[in-house]
Design a protein around this ligand. Structure first.
Ligand SMILES: C[S@@+](CC[C@H](N)C(=O)[O-])C[C@H]1O[C@@H](n2cnc3c(N)ncnc32)[C@H](O)[C@@H]1O
Length: 250
């Protein structure tokens, strides 16, 4: 397995609680899409599963499905493994894998792929490899469900509070801001603060690069692989199904 350069090696401790809001807001829309996946058609991959909020949603929505949760970040995979182990409904049905998605040994037949809050970690060249690989594995009726988080073009994002959580006697605040890098990337500059009352206990600043991708660009890169891109749910969710053209006609 090639070395995975983990942008979450430090922030992984905060990601799972701080991304809960996204799942609370969009979980129903994601579940609606999952119900369209074929049953008994191979495992559903949760790609870049993080701490497993999406993994749990997949398993609960599709009670007969096996889930392959792929998560290369050690801190996030630790959360994921514990979440799966703790739940008797997940433990027999969810397999946790620590590979990078591009080097993971995927089953030949997949019943679907969920790639939530993930796509910007892949360059255009890597996405091309991904579409090439996935198109051959998707069983009839299966699709990749992904979201295109804003901004979908490189642009400056002013400092925004993305999450604030109260846990015990402390509160945790996550800030995000971004600067464009060239024509296709952003640098996300994240700050994670922990307070007890007014007293700052810790502040971590993390920077990582993110490839932006618009709906039009996704269409353009999917088409040569025989893949169609179909919006799903309200536009603000930014969710899309990527499916084989012949499946759409079925
Ligand atoms: C913003 S988090 C989203 C986690 C989860 N999908 C969710 O929505 O709750 C992005 C995740 O993608 C994972 N990731 C980054 N690069 C990856 C890669 N090359 N292959 C698989 N996962 C990757 C990260 O480790 C992280 O868990």
């Amino acid at each position: 397995m090639p070395e995975h350069d983990d942008p979450y090696d430090h922030s992984g401790q905060f990601i799972d609680p701080m991304i809960t809001g996204w799942w609370e807001h969009h979980g129903t829309t994601v579940a609606d899409a999952l119900r369209d996946l074929p049953t008994d058609a191979g495992p559903v991959v949760d790609a870049g599963a993080g701490g497993g909020l999406g993994t749990r949603l997949i398993a609960r929505t599709l009670p007969r499905a096996h889930v392959l949760a792929i998560e290369p970040s050690l801190p996030l995979r630790s959360v994921l493994l514990s979440r799966v182990f703790e739940d008797p409904h997940l433990r027999p049905r969810v397999t946790v894998d620590g590979d990078d998605l591009l080097s993971a040994r995927l089953p030949n037949r997949l019943g679907g792929v969920v790639a939530a809050n993930l796509i910007g970690h892949f360059s255009p060249h890597e996405r091309d490899r991904l579409w090439e690989d996935l198109v051959a594995r998707l069983t009839p009726g299966a699709f990749v469900l992904l979201n295109l988080p804003a901004p979908v073009e490189p642009e400056r994002v002013g400092r925004t509070r993305m999450a604030e959580l109260h846990i015990g006697g402390r509160h945790y605040v996550g800030w995000a801001e971004a600067e464009p890098i060239g024509t296709e990337q952003l640098s996300w500059n994240m700050t994670y603060e922990v307070y007890e009352g007014d007293r700052l206990i810790s502040r971590d600043e993390i920077h990582y690069a993110w490839w932006t991708l618009s709906e039009q660009a996704l269409h353009a890169e999917a088409t040569p692989h025989g893949l169609l891109v179909v919006p799903h749910g309200p536009a603000e969710a930014g969710l899309f199904k990527v499916l084989r053209e012949e499946n759409h006609r079925m």
